[in-house]
Design a binder for this molecule. Structure first.
Ligand SMILES: Cc1ncc(C[n+]2csc(CCOP(=O)(O)OP(=O)(O)O)c2C)c(N)n1
Ligand SMILES: [Mg+2]
Length: 887
């Protein structure tokens, strides 16, 4: 190309742009859009192909001309924000002076102070008599800023802030991050495990719509505001459900992504631009995207950018360069950013280096942030994401602002403290500054008056968590009676029993409407497809088609008032729904009872962190691990056979877990769960494993309810009480049948064995640990006896336990047993085989229970080794068989 060509194409470009300007000015954006579309079609017809882009130019989505005037007092708001900035910084610095390594973060809130403050002053509405209240998912590491505001509001004390990260200190402290379990009247949502806030908030917003559709939401409204980090968006959970949010038109949801371009180690996307990348992803998913990139002082420059050179420069710079402009001075910005083109240099020749250095980014400009929030708050039809460009460590001075180390910065030196103080105008003397005191303006100062007025106008203070809800009624005794004497000629599985119970509960006059069945595309596997017709599957749009199985009794019925949440193949989403339902007693003002039924293998080992967050959130509800048991689920193999979910569940303190064997046990436990969680209002979750092996269910032994709940009861005494030897056998889940069979086999070896049903090793262990602790702390009083020890006090003979789970479970209570315990279990990887072969492989069938019992008798000298050897022969056990634990 010659110079002449360049000039000609420049002129041509300008002419086209001027035409566009003319159309825009004279006929408005709709006409301009139509014209561009026409052009695009014509070009396409003529063979011009456009590369795919979901992006808009790298400028603010809302042009300055469309901004609404700022309704607040900018000056006072800046003062309030500055004081909050100072106190947030001071609490972290002080904590680390008291105890080195106590941690805390300064730079996250420093970058997002404006994002929060505009919200607190103008948008975040608290619950009131006629409004459900907004939900705030705060970036976990920004907690000091939220505490600092609550301090000004008088909701936290000076001591609370001084004891940041020292919750046990005198006067009470505050937790490191948002933890509803630790601060149950303050925090609602635990967000610090990155990625969980975004996905939980999406399902929370959807659950609010679900409750509305079912006319169960007590109050209207309630926006969900989710603050996340740009680095956090790399978590698969952060983006994993955004398609669902768009599909469900969640216009009650606003994501605010704090794009400070940095994460912990360095830049989020040094070589490209995170805002553009996220814009493409969210627009592609159907979200309303609002970019807040440039502050107001860039407006005149963009206005004067007639030839688009500034925009071109903005587009070509990568985040690594933008980060560099933060740490360098104005001269550097002039040379490296504007210096690329003489026209650009001319554009800023009226600005001093200092002014160039202080050109703001959008996320630090209240007017730009306000415009974005205002549009998000009024937008309908889809969720909104605001991508706000900010500076990590804003205001922390040279060693903090924009530096790669800033995330970890917990200390400021003397100069930095003074600079921070002066920059934000905190009225503290030079000498006092070094002590980093918390600063509280007088109660009647304009700042304090304004701050309270604004919150009053918005209904009260946030974040704030409610604990209250009206208790639900526990089902009556007849609920269990229905399962106490089942038909003996019919074999059923515990999954079927559960299905029956669920159907009954859904029909229950008082409880029915509060039940939320949640299924990740496995209803047919669990025989629950009849529920589709009975209560319908929730869909925001109902059913726009005639289902192929419309003639069937249990056809696939979708409905706007459907009760089932059918989440598709999505355990993370399903657990998030479970959390939304199980915490709605607090977050949405109505106690809902989720029953989340799933393949037990894809429980805690797949979504353990979300379940941990559920515990933190004081979630209630029932988790049903179906097709459980490493040998009970036959054929499926290594990646399906769960022999350890009870071990994993035992790590979550608020989970109460059971491995029931019989129908009466399932009924007793579900009734007890409703009683504890919804009548007594305990914030625990129930975990029940369910099997798919069918067998006739026995008659409920009289008086066993207490034992079922505590974890153990004698199910069947030996019929050969006068035998030479004794044993106590313990069984759980489907393996109870193997144990009962062994009881019979042992008769041939002159052993009288009692059989116990162990519904929960975890509960027995919890009780044992509690007794041991109490006894340690009260040596001079009568020692408490663990329940298991009490029950086995008079029991004679050797002790043998077998379950479809790892030996760690029975071994966990062995020390409270009267004698040594032999445990059988399913340690090792699974394999695909039939049930019988699997139980032989894992050495837990009736033959092995028999052999283990005889071995224990041999070990205590009751019988000779020849009897065990004979049993090996009688029972056709291969002593050289493969070791299931070998890898
Ligand atoms: C699941 C998980 N992994 C790692 C961390 C540790 N971590 C805490 S903050 C952080 C960086 C956060 O960066 P970003 O999301 O960009 O937030 P910013 O502080 O920059 O606003 C990391 C890696 C965590 N909290 N959670
Ligand atoms: Mg970041």
């Amino acid at each position: 190309m010659t110079d002449k060509d360049t000039t000609e194409s420049d002129i041509e470009t300008r002419e086209w742009l001027e035409s566009l300007d003319y159309v825009l000015q004279s006929q408005g954006p709709d006409r301009a859009r139509g014209l561009l579309k026409e052009l695009q079609i014509r070009a396409y017809q003529d063979g011009v192909r456009f590369p795919f882009t979901a992006n808009t130019p790298y400028i603010n989505t809302i042009p300055a001309s469309e901004e609404t005037p700022y309704p607040g007092d900018r000056k006072i708001e800046r003062r309030i924000k500055s004081i909050i900035r100072w106190n947030a910084m001071a609490m972290v610095v002080r904590a680390n002076r008291i105890e080195e390594g106590l941690g805390g973060h300064i730079s996250t809130f420093a970058s997002s102070a404006t994002l929060y403050e505009v919200g607190f002053n103008h948008f975040f509405r608290a619950p009131s008599d006629d409004y459900s209240g907004d939900s705030l998912y705060v970036q976990g590491h920004a907690s000091p800023g939220i505490y600092a505001r609550a301090y000004l509001e008088g909701r936290l004390t000076r001591d609370n802030l001084r004891n940041f990260r020292r919750e046990l200190a005198e006067g009470g402290g505050v937790s490191s991050y948002p933890h509803p379990r630790l601060m149950p009247e303050f925090w609602q949502f635990p967000t610090v495990s990155m990625g969980l806030g975004p996905i939980m908030s999406i399902y929370h917003a959807r659950f609010a719509k679900y409750l509305e559709a079912r006319s169960l939401k007590p109050l209207p409204g309630g926006k969900v505001w989710t603050f996340c980090g740009d680095g956090e968006m790399d978590e698969p959970e952060s983006l994993g459900a955004i398609g669902m949010a768009a599909r469900e038109n969640l216009d009650n949801l606003v994501f605010v992504i704090n794009c400070n371009l940095q994460r912990l180690d360095g830049p989020v996307r040094g070589n490209s631009k995170i805002i553009q990348e996220l814009e493409g992803i969210f627009r592609g998913a159907g979200w309303n995207v609002i970019k807040v990139i440039w502050g107001s002082d860039w407006d005149p420059l963009l206005e004067a950018d007639n030839d688009g050179l500034l925009l071109k420069r903005m587009e070509e710079c990568v985040d690594g360069e933008y980060q560099k402009y933060i740490v360098e001075d104005g001269a550097y910005i002039r040379e490296h950013f504007f210096g690329k083109d003489p026209h650009l240099l001319k554009l800023v020749e009226h600005l001093s280096d200092d002014e160039l250095n202080h050109l703001h980014w959008g996320g630090h400009d209240p007017e730009k942030v306000y415009a974005a929030y205002n549009r998000a708050a009024t937008h309908t039809g889809s969720p909104t994401v605001i991508l706000a460009k900010t500076i990590k460590g804003y205001g922390l001075g040279e060693s903090g602002e924009g530096m790669n180390i800033t995330h970890q910065q917990k200390k400021l030196n003397e100069d930095e403290l003074r600079e921070f103080r002066s920059r934000f105008g905190i009225p503290i003397s030079d000498r006092d500054t070094l002590k980093t005191p918390l600063y509280l303006p007088d109660a009647d100062s304009p700042e304090m008056v304004y701050l309270h007025e604004r919150r009053k106008a918005l209904g009260g203070y946030l974040p704030s968590r409610s604990r209250d809800f009206s208790a639900l009624e526990t089902p009556s005794d007849s609920f269990v009676e229905a399962y106490s004497s089942p038909r003996q000629d019919r074999a059923v599985s515990t999954t079927q029993v559960f299905g029956d119970i669920l159907r009954k509960l859904l029909k229950d006059k008082s409880l029915g409407r509060y039940i939320v069945p949640i299924i990740p595309d496995e209803a047919r596997t669990f025989g629950l497809d009849a529920l589709f017709r009975q209560v319908g599957i929730y869909s925001a749009v109902g059913q726009l088609y005639e289902p192929v199985d419309a003639d069937n009794l249990s056809y696939y019925k979708e409905s706007t008032t459907g009760q089932i949440l059918e989440e598709g193949i999505n355990e993370a989403g399903s657990v998030s729904s479970f959390i939304a339902a199980g915490t709605s007693y607090s977050t949405l003002g109505v106690p809902m009872i989720p029953f989340y039924i799933y393949y037990s293998m894809f429980g805690p080992q797949r979504v353990g962190d979300l379940l941990w967050a559920a515990g933190d959130m004081q979630c209630k509800g029932f988790l049903l691990g179906a097709t459980s048991g490493r040998t009970t689920l036959s054929g499926e193999g290594l990646q399906h056979q769960d022999g350890h979910s009870h071990v994993l569940m035992s790590t979550i303190p608020s989970v109460v877990s059971y491995d029931p064997a019989f129908s009466h046990e399932v009924a007793v436990l579900i009734r007890d769960g409703i009683r504890r969680m919804y009548e007594k209002r305990e914030n625990v979750m129930y975990y029940l494993t369910l099997g798919n092996e069918k067998y006739p269910m026995p008659v409920m032994p009289e008086g066993c309810e207490d034992g079922v709940i505590k974890g153990l009861y004698r199910f069947r005494r030996a019929e050969n009480a006068g035998a030479a030897h004794c044993a106590q056998l313990f069984g759980s889940g489907a393996i109870m049948n193997c144990v009962l069979e062994a009881q019979k086999m042992l008769e041939q070896y002159d052993v009288a064995a009692d059989v116990w049903s162990v519904t929960s090793y975890n509960e027995l262990r919890r009780d044992g640990l509690e007794c041991a602790r109490w006894n340690m702390l009260h040596p001079d009083t009568k020692a408490r006896r663990p329940y298991v020890a009490q029950q086995l006090a008079g029991a004679r003979g050797v002790l043998v336990a077998a379950s479809d789970y790892m030996r760690a479970l029975p071994d966990g209570i062995a020390k409270w047993m009267p004698r040594a315990l032999t445990s059988l279990g399913t340690d090792g990887f699974g394999l695909s085989e039939g049930r019988t072969a699997l139980r032989n492989h894992f050495e837990i069938d009736a033959r092995f229970v028999t052999l283990a019992t005889l071995t224990a008798l041999k070990n205590d000298g009751s019988i000779g080794p020849e009897i065990a050897t004979k049993a090996i022969r009688d029972l056709d056990i291969d002593p050289d068989k493969a070791n299931p634990m070998a890898v």
